[in-house]
Design a protein around this ligand. Sequence first.
Ligand SMILES: C[S@@+](CC[C@H](N)C(=O)[O-])C[C@H]1O[C@@H](n2cnc3c(N)ncnc32)[C@H](O)[C@@H]1O
Length: 477
Amino acid sequence: MLDSTYVTDYIDSHLGQRQVNKIQHGFPSPRYWTGTTVPVDEITEDRGRLRRAGQASEVFLYIGVPYCIRTDPGKCGYCLFPVEEFKGNDALEDYYGYVEREAELYRERLAGTRLGSAYFGGGTSNLYRPAHYLKIMELVNRLFPDVAAGADLTLEGIPQLFTRDKMQAIRDSGMNRVSMGVQQVNERLNSLSGRRQTTRHVTQSLDWAREFGLAANVDVIFGWPQQTVETMLADLRTLVSWDVHDITHYELNVGGPTDFALNRFHELPSTLSNLEMYRAGRDYLLEQGYEQHGAYSFRKPGDPASRDFREGYRPQLHDVADVVGLGYAAISFFGAAVLGPGRSWSYINQRNLARYKAMIDEGRLPVERAFRHEPDDWVLATVFRHLLSMGLDRPGLRAAMGVDVYDEFATVWDGLAARGLAEVTPERITLVGDGPFYTPMVSTLLAEERYRALREREVGQQKERLVPAGEGAGHVG
Ligand SMILES: C[S@@+](CC[C@H](N)C(=O)[O-])C[C@H]1O[C@@H](n2cnc3c(N)ncnc32)[C@H](O)[C@@H]1O
């Protein structure tokens, strides 16, 4: 357990520091995934046992596309996801053929599993031509004949690539939601990313979504170069005036060899300005009748196109334990505490397109790297998922994992509570006040000891590799 003075000192010294948001990748970060194979038989046998015992969870399906249209600067200036430049529909459709074959590798193994929701992302999933959306849903229905009633089936895209025909085809395919990467409504600020998006693209896409009864989410980013609280609020006001019910408001994650990190760092608002934006954005949206469902997620009830309207909002990821990721760079996640230690896995598919295809040609799952979770990892991975929705249900997690998440990290929760960032009751731990803004910092603190242990293990393994048993250090080859 971290020492309480260390925790409060850490919090105080990091309140003004730029955050690196790794929490969305879960725990641990893929950097620690050093395995190269996954025991798929073991995983699927476990799922069979859970189903027979009536303990199987619904599955979340993710299908990724590698391609994005070219921008100048490259990768929109900020994107940290692996992507390839779009070179035309032939390559995209050829790629999709591989995704279909990958799905076939899973089909029998997943028989009897219910689909809870699906997300078609990337890359840019609305690069597909209209006739293609039905093919995606055919794959989904082949893989999961049992789809939960009212499951969210979301296609992610960028406003300038939607057309009326595509939107109609998306609806006709059986998908029921689109998520639009808008990033900045402000055309001048948006152009810093090299994206050729106009306000008209956004309003037109929203109108088509409405015309075809599709729920629509808009992603926007705060902390953008040259952005101020005023320009940020102007964007949110515009989205509210367009009656967008579902807004995801991310803090810009700066890193890697991106244009924003290398050439526009000096134009980025400071962390404390980002905090101002977070507060002002949240307060404005709450005033306008939105509810905050996660650190970055705001929804206004009453959208007739959304199933929330009929059934009430249901968080997407927490009540489904398993994630099946298909396609280039897709991440899968299989875990359930009832299975006991060491039977939970994360893995990422090949981030090299040629290798992704080559492995499928060989009839193998295209896994690049994998990680077998120990119980401590599984607890952290679960806590991270719940943290994104700002709250942890203590009795629920105790029943699922056999540990109390307060006791496990008491000094961190107490330190956050002392600074007004969290509230702890016997039932719940909730991030409050500025707490959700600091979710990346909170996750770093929670994971610090386990990361230290993983680093030590890594160093130990490297030493073993460098110095085979019985040989001296001089024989390193
Ligand atoms: C997989 S990404 C990209 C989807 C789509 N191709 C696009 O360009 O909008 C999904 C969302 O993640 C968010 N995102 C991507 N990179 C980010 C970063 N560096 N910091 C914060 N949010 C980011 C954006 O809001 C984006 O809409």
